[in-house]
Design a protein around this ligand. Structure first.
Ligand code: P1T
Length: 386
């Protein structure tokens, strides 16, 4: 077993992995099997059935748990399956307080699936306002994304964690945007970290996956129970690809951030830009907290141009290096319009109340040459304006 106390750029490559004992294979093998031979009825080697245990999956779970400063990782077939598992650990009728700006699919899962199952959800701007009021006693779970998708609001994790501790609530932080390279919620008092590993953790836009990390043995046992009892597990090839992808997380995040800063400098110089969201700009409302709880920010930028909706759509459809697509966090740059794509399942009135304008453009800045990215946005802006 490798030493998980190394710095994070070493951990992404080695944590939770060691050469395969029989051959010395340096890379974790893909255990493509559904079941394992048992020497005697009900006696097994620790591996019984592949929904319950798979060594490739376990290597990924150990690796990401180490990156987040946790003791356990529990992997799932998608980010939403990971979020589902967290909610499935709650008691009947549990009360959940959520940040008001969430990935549209998470909002849909909470309001259209789990409300029917009897859970109670309240949505509040946890980046502002009185946490004692917004998170009342009797709350079982607080669910936040920070930075949020797509408005990139920043929530004070330590402050929310303190309120959760005071009332005995569990705090889950979706850390998909920041990654453990730039933010480690468990070290700030969160109980659970959730990732859509589809995004930066894998980083190559070729796998859909999710994972939950924790340092609590009790929560880990509950999540493992759900993983096995419900069965939304990832396949061995997907966990292997993700394990390969995560090895470059540290270098990728550095480059995403460097490129995002170059694109931001260009956006700041453009008169067509009316609003720019990126919390590591000193004028951003999230700047003070982001500087405290994050060591960097990464490649997500949201921007509103002084363009009609039709022009904003043409802008997104006219890029040649940026691909018009949902998702984020891959090596390639993506562009999208959240209101009509990733957040279409958030009701229009709620989007308006949140300040999620129809013309808001979300950029996932990849690791291509930044000058090519800027030239691409520049030509698309010219096409959009006609
Ligand atoms: O797509 P899936 O792996 O199920 O992950 C869901 C999810 C969870 N949390 C956050 C913060 C996310 O951004 C996502 C998925 N988001 C997109 C597909 C998107 O384009 O925003």
């Amino acid at each position: 077993m490798s030493d998980d106390n190394h710095r994070i750029a070493t951990q992404v490559i080695h944590a939770g992995q060691s050469p395969e004992p029989r051959t010395g294979a340096v890379m974790q093998p893909v255990f493509q099997t559904s079941t394992y031979a048992q020497p005697w009825p009900a006696k097994h080697t620790g591996y019984e059935y592949a929904r319950t245990q798979n060594p490739t999956r376990e290597a990924l779970e150990r690796c990401v748990a180490a990156l987040e400063g946790g003791t356990d990782g529990v992997a799932f077939a998608s980010g939403l399956a990971a979020s589902t598992a967290v909610l499935q650990t709650l008691p009947e009728g549990a009360r959940v307080v959520c940040g008001d700006d969430l990935y549209g699919g998470t909002y849909r899962l909470f309001t259209q699936v789990f409300r029917k199952a009897g859970l109670q959800f309240a949505f509040a701007d946890l980046a502002a306002g009185d946490l004692d009021e917004l998170i009342p006693e009797g709350t079982h779970l607080v669910w936040i994304e920070t930075p949020t998708n797509p408005l990139l609001k920043v929530i004070d994790i330590a402050a929310v964690a303190a309120r959760c501790k005071a009332i005995g609530a569990t705090l889950a932080v979706d850390n998909t945007f920041a990654t453990p390279i730039f933010q480690r919620p468990l070290t700030l008092g969160a109980d659970l970290v959730v990732h859509s590993t589809t995004k930066y953790i894998n980083g190559h836009s070729d796998v859909v996956g999710g994972i939950v990390l924790t340092a609590s043995a009790e929560l880990a046992a509950q999540l493992r129970f759900v993983q096995n009892a419900v069965g939304a597990v990832p396949g061995p090839w997907d966990t292997w690809l993700t394990l390969r992808g995560v090895k470059t997380l540290a270098v990728r995040m550095r480059q995403h951030q460097e490129n995002a800063q170059a694109v931001l400098a260009w956006l700041e110089s453009r008169s067509e830009v009316t609003r720019l969201h990126y919390p590591l700009r000193s004028s951003d409302p999230g700047y003070a907290i982001a500087s405290r709880q994050m060591s960097g920010f990464g490649g997500m930028v949201s921007v509103v141009f002084d363009l009609s909706l039709e022009q904003a759509e043409r802008f997104c459809a006219s890029t040649r290096v940026f691909t018009l697509a949902e998702s984020l966090g891959g090596v390639e740059s993506l562009i999208e319009l959240p209101a009509s794509m990733t957040h279409a399942s958030v009701p229009a009135a709620q989007r308006r109340a949140l300040g999620l304008e129809d013309g808001l453009v979300r950029l996932s800045i990849g690791i291509e040459d930044a000058q090519d990215l800027i030239a691409d946005l520049d030509q698309a802006l010219r096409v959009a304006k006609g």
